[in-house]
Design a protein around this ligand. Sequence first.
Ligand code: CO
Length: 136
Amino acid sequence: MTEPQLTQIDHVAIAVQDLEAAIAYYADTFGATVAHRERVDSDGVEEALLKVADSYIQLLTPVRSDSPVAKYLEKKGEGIHHVGYRVADCAATLQSVKDHGGQVIDQVPRPGSRGTTVAFVHPKGAFGTLIELVQE
Ligand code: CO
């Protein structure tokens, strides 16, 4: 398979300690507004999506101490957490990752925020970046 499977940047996710403060920063400094907010209990996070053209900045904060984002903040502090690439077919792209020897976090696609279907690819084998495949 040599056809491109990543169709757009869906979002850049930034882990923050204080979601309200981060939203206010983006609003006051850049005039960015919240397009969507959601608490994703399965991931232990609350997120705010700020629209930038056809993509989003996803501000992420943990809602419980065993959330992966809580562990990330403890270890690395605030900053870029993952990049979400929009794909036409999440399952097919996830299979391509496996076929190319990549490590995946989700063996099969699962529900993401705003009604999307997502799967995470492990940063090991992906040049240090946690990748989320997002199918709308
Ligand atoms: Co994401």
